[in-house]
Design a protein around this ligand. Structure first.
Ligand code: FAD
Ligand code: SIN
Length: 517
């Protein structure tokens, strides 16, 4: 058993920022971070465009950023949350700089600001086209200097420990005491007991086969919170990024940043028609729900597999200075951006909903907090504005830290039983796990994609039921493995997306059901 003051699950921007802040403030308190892959593997590491922060007070203003966020969110944002997050941006940036993160500057030494879809002004600070990599590097460097943080890579959180595990199912309120964690190297399941637990487990991209997300994005935190009976909301608002590099094999797809369209790239059909002005006055810089739905419509009309992003008219020296990674990744695939159009297609990218939290990051279970992409804070509403996600994680990590500064920690004096795996055996059915995963991903792609309808959603419920029963049987019989737990979590997440899609009777932002009027 591990006993700690704070258990942080996940080592992306959300988990690391909270851990650093609380460790700096309370050198005598212990923080344990468990993370299921290497310590830097996360969606954060792959973030390209940057962080949306109002810095140019001549041209830009908080008010404009607030307005852009509300417009993208299509009437479902919490305005007070939007205001708070936008206005906190500059302060949170100062901390990142203090911890050693570097962002590009112009010849005058000022931050070089990019533009992305849905933004009315230049306000995206960035580190070339590898902003997330730089932030993750700086945060991990700071973590390594703090003696009271222990980081445990290759440790997979299986489930939250709540009243139900301690035979106190009737206790009110529902309380979280820690988590059961699988040491992926030894196969042992450890009980981690903590005074306060933070879920910072990131997104759900892998539930769809075709995604910009890395393999860790399996919605584990959301599934754990859901099983623990925390509120989970707005799961129907899955955001599809319009410009993932088209790859015949599907699977994980390299992202062509929205900042490339901000830089002036045009979207074209195979025949060369620049179609975005037909759909929206902002053309390629419309918010991403509109761009993705427009591409989807063009592909349905033409029967093609992808559209193209044309950069050939742009200043290539400036392009390569800003987007060296994108240029090189395309070249590796024999696409020379100077002369070739880039084949692109929408792919699942981000989840706007998740674990419902208040402004202090509190979930609806006592002692449980959540931060980052696994949450629903009210910032994004029906569609996230580009580059607002890293900002949200920084601001909420700070709010959760502030809340803990004023909080008496009450050590848990409760006996927690060990994980019970009596009667389970090492599964020989890996093929069933892989098969169910492929079926689940195909089901979500074909029945719960960018444009949904009632008939497909109903079919999705039936098919998911079959997968659910098979996976639950395997889960009960088997010694746990990461892939089995991830599959079970993705089935839970798919259930939430499908049922919350059925419940939504009006189209908003990134959600479109062609039977809704
Ligand atoms: P993550 O960074 O995903 O971290 C989650 C962590 O939890 C990981 O360490 C993971 O291993 C761990 N974890 C998950 N489950 C478990 C478990 N069961 N047990 C233990 N550990 C677990 N946003 C922007 O604002 N600007 C951008 O430019 C931008 N570009 C993007 C580009 C790409 C290609 C992608 C995929 C996303 C981009 N986003 C961008 C979105 C943004 O990167 C993410 O929303 C954000 O980084 C999420 O941070 P997080 O800390 O919440 O989660
Ligand atoms: C991108 O660079 O296009 C991603 C930005 C984001 O997801 O916010």
């Amino acid at each position: 058993m591990i006993i700690t003051n704070y258990l942080v699950i996940g080592s992306g921007i959300a988990g690391l920022t909270f851990a650093v802040k609380i460790a700096e403030a309370f050198p005598d308190r212990k923080i344990v971070i468990v993370t299921k892959d290497s310590e830097d593997e996360s969606n954060t590491k792959y973030a390209q465009g940057g962080v949306a922060i109002v810095l140019d007070k001549d041209q830009d203003s908080f008010q404009k950023h607030i307005k852009d966020t509300l417009t993208a969110g299509d009437g479902l944002c919490d305005e007070a949350v939007v205001k708070m997050v936008v206005e906190e941006g500059p302060k949170r940036l100062k901390e990142l700089l203090f911890w050693g993160a570097n962002f590009d500057t112009n010849a005058d030494g000022e931050f070089s600001l990019g533009k992305e879809g849905g933004h009315s002004e230049y306000r995206i600070i960035h580190h070339k086209d590898i902003t997330g990599y730089e932030i993750e590097r700086a945060l991990l460097a700071r973590v390594s200097q703090l003696q009271n943080i222990e980081i445990l890579p290759y440790h997979f959180a299986i489930d939250l420990i709540t009243n139900h595990h301690i035979d106190d199912a009737k206790a009110v309120p529902e309380t979280c005491y820690g988590a059961y964690v699988l040491n992926q190297k030894t196969g042992h399941i450890i009980t981690v007991k903590a005074d306060s637990i933070l879920l910072a487990t990131g997104g759900i991209g892998r539930v769809y086969g075709h995604t910009t997300n890395p393999i860790i994005a399996t919605g584990d935190g959301i599934a754990m919170a859901y099983r623990a009976k925390a509120r989970v909301e707005d799961m129907e608002f899955v955001q599809f990024h319009p410009t993932a590099l088209y790859d015949v094999e599907g699977g994980s797809s390299f992202l062509i940043s929205e900042a490339v369209r901000g830089f002036g790239a045009h979207l074209r059909t195979k025949k060369g028609h620049r179609f975005m002005p037909d759909y929206d006055a902002r053309a390629e810089l419309a918010s991403r729900d509109i761009v993705s739905q427009s591409i989807d419509n063009e592909l349905k009309k033409s029967g093609e597999t992808n559209v193209y992003l044309d950069c050939t008219h742009l200043d290539m020296d400036a392009f390569m200075a800003h987007f060296p990674n994108i240029y090189n990744e395309c070249l590796k695939r024999h696409i020379d951006i100077k002369i070739d159009w880039i084949p692109v297609v929408p792919a699942s990218h981000y989840l706007c909903g998740g674990i419902k939290v208040d402004k202090t990051g509190k979930a609806t279970i006592k002692n449980l907090f959540a931060c980052g992409e696994c949450t629903k804070t009210g910032l994004h509403g029906a569609n996230r504005l580009a580059s607002n996600s890293l900002l949200e994680a920084l601001v909420y990590a700070h709010n959760i830290y502030k809340h803990h500064v004023g909080l008496e920690l009450t050590p848990v004096n409760i006996k927690i039983p060990r994980w019970n795996d009596k009667g389970t055996v090492i599964t020989k059915e890996h093929v069933l796990i892989q098969h169910n995963l492929k079926e689940l991903q195909a089901l979500m792609r074909d029945y719960v994609g960018i444009v949904r309808n009632n008939r497909r959603l109903k079919q999705a419920v039936k098919r998911l039921d079959i997968i659910y029963n098979e996976v639950e049987d395997l889960y009960r019989e088997s010694k746990l493995t990461t892939t089995l737990c991830e599959l079970r979590n993705m089935v839970n997440v798919a259930h939430l997306i499908i049922h919350q899609s059925i419940a939504r009777k009006e189209n908003r932002g990134g959600f479109f059901n062609s039977d809704n009027h």
